[in-house]
Design a protein around this ligand. Structure first.
Ligand SMILES: *[C@@H]1O[C@H](CO)[C@@H](O)[C@H](O)[C@H]1NC(C)=O
Length: 256
């Protein structure tokens, strides 16, 4: 993974390569085949569950990524963040810093139930589920930074929502008439500033209320994920370094 250079600009290409490498079966260190024999369906199960959760509640993508980082910052990636307090041992879940900060515990518990059912027995650890779900969340949420969206997908946002910059709204409305199906297929870039490159302009746009999709703008809407957006917006390298550091750190412990 060290061979990949993120020198000056994070091109969309490089982040896609990164994600591909992380999830690639040919990467020796993080062997995708780890559960290949014991429970090959784990990846599809986690992917489907993560996707459906994010579709239902888009902010959960960021929450799962965050949960993953918090788990890995305390004693390495051990799933300890998911532990409840017991009489003798306080679990990480109750620690200051984790309590009230982290959402997504229930989501992971729920995915674990589905995975155990799909595998027919308990074979995949909570830590691995957190890690796989976080990786899938990056893919699900990161995909929104590339390409274009159809007017039909953002019409409601530009005519009905208030957390949108007025001049941005006007420029989008010019190419997306209010009444469907007029202009349903007209396109607008998901990231107006750098449509072909993944960078922090995506996060800056969110802070300026210029996110095209409702599901993107909710990441910055006066709630818990605002601070993450702010952080990544100020520090273009933060996201990739957070993500890749954690991935590397757990490389020897977890096997994808
Ligand atoms: C906006 O909200 C109204 C009232 O809920 C709804 O009828 C309409 O379809 C929505 N979308 C647009 C583009 O006006």
């Amino acid at each position: 993974m060290a061979a990949i250079s993120y020198s000056n600009k994070y091109s969309l290409f490089s982040i896609l390569i990164f994600i591909t490498v992380v999830s690639s079966p040919v990467l020796a260190q993080l062997s995708v085949g780890f559960y290949g024999r014991t429970c090959p369906s784990v990846y599809d199960t986690v992917r489907a569950a993560t996707r459906s959760v994010i579709n239902r509640e888009p902010r959960m993508g960021a929450s799962l990524i965050r949960l993953f980082f918090h788990d890995c910052f305390v004693n390495g990636c051990d799933g300890g963040v998911l532990l409840d307090d017991t009489a003798s041992t306080p679990g990480e879940k109750g620690r200051t810093g984790n309590i009230n900060l982290l959402r997504g515990f229930e989501v992971i518990d729920n995915i674990k139930v589905q995975v155990d059912r799909a595998c027919g027995r308990v074979v995949v650890s909570c830590a691995d589920i957190v890690a796989i779900a976080a990786r899938d969340s990056v893919v699900e949420s990161g995909a929104h930074t590339l390409g274009q969206a159809r007017c039909a997908l953002f019409r409601d946002r530009i005519y009905n929502e208030t957390n949108i910059d007025p001049s941005y709204r006007r420029s989008l409305q010019a190419n997306c008439p209010r009444v469907s199906p007029n202009g349903d297929n007209n396109l607008a870039p998901l990231d107006e500033k750098s449509p072909n490159r993944f960078g922090n302009s995506y996060f800056q746009s969110l802070m300026n209320r210029r996110g095209l999709l409702h599901s993107d703008q909710v990441l910055f809407n006066g709630a818990t994920t605002d601070s993450i957006v702010r952080e990544y917006s100020n520090d273009p390298r933060a996201f990739l370094s957070d993500f890749s550091n954690s991935m590397l750190k757990m490389g020897n412990k977890l096997k994808f």
